[in-house]
Design a protein around this ligand. Structure first.
Ligand SMILES: *Cc1c(COP(=O)(O)O)cnc(C)c1O
Length: 354
């Protein structure tokens, strides 16, 4: 695949204070794009200046939400070198999302070539401070100017980059989570397993209600019986119960997190018993009352591991590991970030050095 380079007339000032990067607010000088039409397939690959798309108000993505995305990071090691964590798994998952939303598949190696070329141009944007990284956001949008309902015939694939700060500036701090018992995020046969905008739009209302009640995030229950644990916002859920690590099995309505998969593999190789199964929320609350629930934490690319300090379900509240981070969450965080930032051996061959 040929990738054209279009020079930006001027470059931006890079953020001077890496302690104030935050998340997802600053974008780099360039982006990668390619276009799709039925005659040519994916074509017209470019690294070009970051900037607005020209698109018609009738563009299909704006009306029917035919769009998907991914999220991964580029890490700077202590020796200054750069590396990616399981990047092909993100593009493979993006094609799974694409299939569900009737978006044409792309060649994973073309996407990799585009990403690597973009990173080569933008390497100085990867921050240096501890626990900072360059967040990578690939996405696809449907661009036919048409307000009838069908799959679009044209698309844009784009990758943008955003330097992001340390997620935990003051150590891993536990979050309070509200178990949602009215709204659902995804239903059986829907597209809960796809990384697509609609799943997030469906989640906003419940998030607002949870915030009003003083909680940070929503824990979703299944969309059929509202009995089984699904996931949290943009994280998969894990519990430590009777010294075992348990997590909801992939059932079609939750996202197959790459962090989830990585932690299951790390934990198993560290000698923990791990179990993927249906988890009734009642079992979690009962185990907490009996003192058998040791920890709960979310897993995802942005936060890596997010310990849960409090869970509220209907009129019941439980506090976990004294509202502090538990030893398993801390160990998984240390091991995974150790591999991602190149401080620990890459014993599963997850790292791609640039
Ligand atoms: C992205 C995402 C996750 C986490 O996936 P990772 O690959 O670990 O980043 C979990 N749940 C949802 C709904 C997501 O969109």
């Amino acid at each position: 695949m040929q990738i054209q380079f279009v020079q930006a007339p001027t470059l931006k000032q890079k953020p001077a204070d890496e302690s104030k990067l935050g998340f997802g607010r600053i974008f780099t000088d360039y982006m990668f794009t390619m276009r799709y039409d039925r005659a040519q397939g994916w074509h017209d690959a470019k690294v070009e200046p970051y900037g607005p798309f020209q698109m018609e108000p009738s563009s299909m993505v704006l009306h029917y939400g035919q769009t998907i995305f991914e999220g991964l990071k580029c890490y700077r090691r202590e020796d200054g070198g750069l590396q990616l964590f399981r990047p092909r798994d993100n593009f493979k998952r993006m094609n799974i999302s694409a299939e569900r939303l009737s978006i044409p598949a792309f060649d994973v190696e073309d996407a990799m070539a585009g990403l690597l070329k973009l990173l080569e141009v933008e390497k100085d944007w990867v921050p240096h401070a501890k626990d900072t990284s360059l967040y990578i956001r690939p996405f696809i949008i449907a661009t036919d100017p048409f307000v009838g309902v069908r799959a679009s015939n044209t698309y844009i694939f784009c990758i943008i980059l955003s330097p992001v700060g340390a997620y935990y500036a003051h150590g891993l701090s536990p979050v309070g989570i509200y178990v949602e018992d009215k709204y659902v995020r995804a239903v059986r046969g829907g597209f809960g397993f796809a990384k697509t905008a609609g799943n997030y739009a469906a989640s906003l209302k419940a998030g607002e209600v949870a915030h009003e009640k003083g909680y940070d995030q929503v824990l979703w229950l299944d969309g059929v019986e509202q009995k089984y644990v699904e996931e949290v916002g943009s994280m998969n859920m894990m519990f430590v119960l009777d010294n075992k690590i348990i997590t909801p099995m992939l059932n079609g309505s939750i996202l197959a997190g790459i962090t989830r998969d990585s932690i299951l593999k790390l934990a198993a190789s560290d000698g923990y018993q791990v179990e993927e199964r249906r988890i009734p929320i009642a079992e979690i609350f009962e185990a907490a009352e009996q003192g058998r629930l040791q920890e709960a934490f979310g897993t995802g690319t942005a936060a890596v591991v997010s310990p849960v300090g409090e869970l509220c379900w209907e009129d019941k509240k439980i506090t976990l590991s004294g509202g502090k981070i538990g030893p398993v969450a801390q160990r998984m965080y240390d091991e995974l970030t150790g591999i991602q930032w190149g401080r620990m051996a890459d014993r599963f061959n997850w790292i791609l050095k640039l």
